[in-house]
Design a binder for this molecule. Structure first.
Ligand SMILES: Cc1cc2nc3c(=O)[nH]c(=O)nc-3n(C[C@H](O)[C@H](O)[C@H](O)COP(=O)(O)OP(=O)(O)OC[C@H]3O[C@@H](n4cnc5c(N)ncnc54)[C@H](O)[C@@H]3O)c2cc1C
Length: 468
């Protein structure tokens, strides 16, 4: 126990808020709650920061950045720079990655302590609608927040052995660059590892049962990514589901439903993540659940009045910033502030592969479903016309989806570093901006943000560096 009060000596304490799980959702609620004067207990069995900091967002982005440097070394001659790529020192990559994590971890621990959150290390279990049992004692609260997150899932009959058949948790600490890898699942996690490993020199094949890579994105973004991956030599098989995996003498063989076979040194299973809720007392306390997820309303309230839930444990987008937003919403609601439900379409989404895929709002297909095909306008701006993208030698597109004569309801971008443009895109979507309003804003030259400006100039009927 560190931080606020010593519950070990004060079992009669009733906290305003007891939080089970110190990942993005749980710790955001703790920090905001404490800031608003709530007496908060945060219970965590492993490390504050959860998946995102220790096994998710941060380590994967460090690997991707190391991969980017490897690619730049290989391609340096195109820019007139003489460098030789000698190879990947995986221990060095892990040292860099772990250094980033430990710096952020220390900062977060300091923040939790300085906000006077009572931090309790241990595995907790919901023991009543107003308490969590941990380390043999009962921690009581006027309100309980469930934030136990998620873990990697597999498919029926496919056992993750942590050696040749691995999850993202194992992939992040792998002590070698695999010569070849099959990645089962072409969603965000799958394509990020495909990208990093290819940059490190692996021979990578992605297997995706649906029609496209990153299948929840606008189809145009998926197709652009597929084209870019093909150019990079990342192989993929789309539209056929996995049937079985078997060990070979020195690796794994994967067979698909149509009989097609693939062999590689390792198989990374990236078919999604499932909620952590089994055996934690949720059902016993009457919390309504669906396939392991805790069900909540738009204010993150469960059906039990004293219990809320946030993050990957609830069936909303599995993103760290979604967890932050949901945690903050709960803290503010409990502190008596006015809160508004989250517009999940307005949450930016970035896939950090090379090239990046970034989006906010809805896809063209969804817009047509909602508004009718004749009421939707889509415009594509090619990064070939953007000076900074040319300098960086990246290609891609920005696609805007607009309700005819109305607001921009979707921004879909593909290209290196386009994830950094999603901040402006989210303002455009969330402020329901009209193309003509965005077209009035002057973008710095030469930046990639200019591409977003130019796309809106074109949509407003006055294209500059693009053909009419
Ligand atoms: C490889 C990978 C890459 C990702 N990349 C990104 C990205 O780039 N951007 C992004 O936004 N999101 C990314 N994510 C998703 C992001 O990490 C999650 O959405 C986020 O961590 C969810 O936060 P959470 O608080 O709900 O759960 P978690 O972060 O999983 O935290 C839950 C915490 O609860 C603790 N816990 C569980 N049970 C108990 C118990 N009984 N007692 C005490 N403690 C308990 C766990 O130890 C854990 O620390 C990535 C995920 C993965 C796996």
């Amino acid at each position: 126990m560190h931080g606020g009060r010593d519950v070990a000596n004060d079992a009669s304490t009733v906290f305003d808020l007891v939080i089970l799980g110190g990942g993005s959702g749980g710790y955001a609620a703790a920090l905001r709650g404490a800031q608003l004067g709530l007496d908060v207990a945060l219970i965590e069995k492993d490390k504050v920061g959860g998946t995102c900091l220790h096994r998710g967002c941060i380590p994967t982005k460090a690997l991707l950045h190391a991969g980017e440097i490897a690619d730049q070394a290989r391609e340096s001659e195109q820019f007139g720079v003489k460098a030789t790529f000698e190879g990947i020192d995986i221990a060095g990559v892990h040292k860099y990655k772990d250094g980033v994590i430990s710096g952020l971890y220390k900062g977060l621990q300091g923040l939790v302590a300085s906000r006077k959150v009572t931090y309790i290390e241990g595995e907790g279990r919901l023991s009543s609608p107003t308490s969590v049992d941990v380390n043999g004692r009962r921690v009581q609260g006027r309100h309980v927040l469930l934030a136990t997150g998620s873990v990697p899932k597999s498919l029926p009959g496919l056992e993750i052995d942590g050696n040749r058949i691995i999850s993202s948790d194992h992939a992040l600490v792998l002590d070698r660059v695999p010569k070849s890898a099959i990645i089962l699942g072409g969603g965000v996690i799958g394509v990020e590892f495909a990208s990093a490993w290819k940059s490190f020199g692996s021979d990578v094949t992605v297997i995706e049962g649906l029609k496209h890579l990153v299948p929840v994105e606008d189809e145009n973004s998926s197709k652009l990514l597929e084209r870019a991956f093909r150019k990079r030599g990342i192989k993929f098989n789309l539209g056929t589901f996995f049937s079985k995996a078997e060990y070979t003498a020195d690796g794994v063989k994967v067979t698909l439903a149509d009989g097609k076979e693939f062999e590689a040194e390792i198989l990374l299973v990236a078919v999604g993540r499932g909620p952590v809720s089994a055996g934690l007392g949720y059902e016993e306390q009457g919390v309504a659940m669906d396939r392991g997820y805790v069900l909540v309303d738009e204010y993150m309230r469960t059906n039990v009045p004293t219990i809320s839930a946030v993050g990957d444990l609830v069936p909303t987008l599995q993103l760290a910033h979604v967890g932050f937003a949901e945690g903050i919403l709960v803290a503010e609601r409990l502190a008596g502030l006015k809160t508004v439900p989250i517009d999940y379409d307005g949450i930016p989404r970035v896939t950090y592969c090379h090239p990046e895929v970034a989006s906010v709002g809805i896809t063209e297909a969804k817009a047509k479903e909602i508004y009718g095909a004749d009421k939707v306008v889509a415009l594509k701006y090619n990064l070939a016309g953007n000076g900074k993208s040319k300098i960086l030698n990246t290609s891609g597109e920005i696609k805007l989806v607009q309700v005819k004569d109305g607001a921009v309801v979707g921004v879909h971008m593909v290209g290196d570093r386009m994830g950094e443009q999603v901040g402006e895109a989210q303002l455009i979507y969330n402020w329901e901006a009209l193309p003509a309003e965005v077209a009035q804003l002057i973008h710095a030259h030469p930046t990639q943000s200019e591409a977003l400006g130019e796309a809106h100039l074109a949509l407003a009927g006055k294209p500059l560096h693009s053909h009419d």
